[in-house]
Design a protein around this ligand. Structure first.
Ligand SMILES: O=C(O)Cc1cc(O)ccc1O
Ligand SMILES: [Fe+2]
Length: 431
């Protein structure tokens, strides 16, 4: 693949078309008797054939060898990557928080560096998600990965990530995110060395842009700011290893050729990246703190309208101008369960205690809100317009309660004193 600056195609879920070799895409049909350049046409679908048209996703790949050409699979041990909730973990209904999850000393690539923090749902029932971190210090060279259990949302926190996918290459820096559809083969390169980030593995319906309702036809994440790769293929011969996640287990198979052998593709199923700096943030310009749903970048619906399998929500730099308002989040108990991470900066509800690379978990009906420091500051602040700058927190919000992994519960990063951040809130009632 070339070393020129990457070019991308614009849009989310639209019909992309790209060829690395001119003329490689058949015209007017998908599977001619012999495809141009004698490539193999191959279909990948992200929805059932009969899914409603507005949700239907599939792409046609024109490749040097079809994906079916592979060696046999053998079990692959990666005990830290869990699927669904660990039923052995007993979880008190309390708020949880983790200090930044430290990178480990062992040489690991992305596949070996995934650590499940919490998960819910059931991959076989196509519901729920897992919240992982990846802690990696080695690029995947001749090793590729494919997830048959769900799509993968990348939220890099430290270090750039080069995602080489079957459909081309995406380069990400912290502040950007990427979505790799279920079943699309990829590998992770680390141009900056040691790298940490968050992952949402979504077993449920594919992430899509939220409805905008009264906001209208523009705003939040605009479709044109999503970027899909241009077709690109590896031409050096030689063996590869493919690691596949399927039904909660990992498998490895030898391949004689690089799986990154797609010369052209078209369709509306594709990996995409998005720079959160392009998020058009909406907030209150009168009073009150709005619900965080105004910050939804992508949503994976469940079968109950408005009650997401997962909402991906960001808390980006923004102005606070509300009058006569306690500006940070209110104290609350929610039906939905909230897993949060911090890419950089400070989060206004927890200015000291929540650190980049850390995480927090507030499950259904677990009370939470601003810590004592945030409460004291915000209840006596001068309410002039204030820019919350240099900050990016996010939330994976789900209708299903998250169960932390045993690894996360035993990690030295678990903040055992978290609940103390509210202990000093006094009864200041003045009758
Ligand atoms: O708990 C949190 O910090 C996330 C959150 C933010 C907000 O502005 C309103 C509700 C909410 O759950
Ligand atoms: Fe919350």
């Amino acid at each position: 693949m070339s070393t020129e600056p990457l070019r991308y195609q614009s849009g989310f879920g639209n019909e992309y078309a790209t060829e690395a070799v001119p003329g490689a895409l058949p015209q007017g049909r998908n599977s001619p008797q012999r495809a141009p350049h004698d490539l193999y046409p191959e279909l990948i679908s992200g929805t059932a054939f009969t899914a409603p048209r507005h949700e239907n996703r599939r792409s046609w790949l024109y490749r040097r060898q079809p994906s079916v050409v592979s060696g046999r699979y053998q079990a692959y041990a990666q005990p830290y990557w869990q699927t669904g909730p660990d039923r052995e973990v007993i979880l008190a209904p309390e708020p949880l928080r983790w200090h930044p999850i430290p990178l480990e000393n062992a040489e690991v690539d992305f596949v070996d560096g995934v650590r499940t923090l919490a998960a819910n749902g059931d991959a076989e029932a196509q519901s729920g998600i897992a919240a992982h971190v990846y802690l990696a210090n080695r690029s995947m060279e001749r090793r590729a990965f494919v997830n048959a259990d769900g799509e993968m949302l990348f939220v890099p926190q430290q270090g750039r990530v080069v995602l080489t996918t079957e459909m081309g290459v995406l380069e990400l820096k912290p502040g950007e995110i990427a979505l790799v559809p279920r079943g699309v083969v990829f590998k992770v390169g680390l141009p900056d060395g040691p790298s940490r980030g968050y992952l949402c593995e979504n077993y449920g319906a594919q992430f899509r842009l939220p409805e905008l309702g009264p906001i209208g036809s523009n705003g939040l994440a605009n479709p044109r700011d999503f970027q899909a790769p241009m077709a690109a293929f590896e031409s050096d011969a030689g063996p590869y290893e493919l690691v596949k996640k399927s039904a909660g287990r990992l498998w490895r198979a030898p391949m004689k050729q690089s799986p990154f052998n797609v010369v052209a593709w078209h369709g509306n199923l594709a990996p995409v990246k998005y720079d959160t700096a392009n998020f058009m943030t909406i907030g209150s310009i009168s009073f009150d703190h709005p619900d965080p749903s105004i910050f939804t970048v992508l949503t994976s619906p469940s079968d109950t309208p408005g009650t997401a399998n997962c909402d991906f929500v960001i808390f980006p730099p923004r102005w606070l101008v509300m009058e006569d308002t306690f500006r940070p989040p209110w104290y609350h108990r929610n039906l939905m369960s909230e897993f949060m991470g911090l890419v950089y900066g400070e989060y206004d509800a927890k200015p000291g205690g929540f650190k980049p690379g850390g995480a927090s978990l507030h499950n259904a009906m677990v009370p939470h809100g601003p810590d004592e420091e945030a409460f004291e500051k915000a209840s006596s602040a001068d309410l002039k317009p204030q820019k919350l700058d240099n900050t990016l927190a996010f939330m994976f919000e789900s209708r299903y309660r998250f169960i932390p992994s045993a690894w996360a519960m035993q990690s030295p990063a678990l903040d055992t004193g978290y609940a103390d951040c509210w202990a000093g809130l006094k009864d200041q009632f003045k009758p």
